[in-house]
Design a protein around this ligand. Sequence first.
Ligand code: DQA
Length: 148
Amino acid sequence: MTDTAAPVVFVLNGPNLNLLGMREPEIYGHDTLDDIAGRLEDRAQDLGLSVDVRQSNHEGHLVDWLHEAQAVGARAVLLNAGAYTHTSVALHDAIKGIKTPVIEVHLSNPHKREEFRHRSYVGMAAKATVAGFGAASYLVALDAVLHL
Ligand code: DQA
């Protein structure tokens, strides 16, 4: 069980990440988001943290959750904004608008992919980026929270 007294890290996931495990597995792997959430919960416990893992296909939900992270005093946010990474000025502004540190996370390495993935509005505002380790990107980012 996750220790609810432990500092919370929000793990926010954007569009199409609910399809992980079935979606282009040659790029994103076979783990589902639930698999990743389970691993994050275990790792968080080892680190003395807790995680609150969420997913939405709607940009505004992600904006609201970034605001909520600050309101509840979250230690950090891990944000995989999916395709909104490359389009969303609203997410860029939300990250800049809160004091809670945000770490951008990607399973794939967008810089090795199509040119339209090379620009990240999230990365331009985030504290740091972890990308290219598959599902392990989330775990590397969670470990990094202790170094913030
Ligand atoms: C992604 C990379 C994005 O370019 C893409 O739109 C996604 C997933 C990743 O985790 O590798 O949906 O964020």
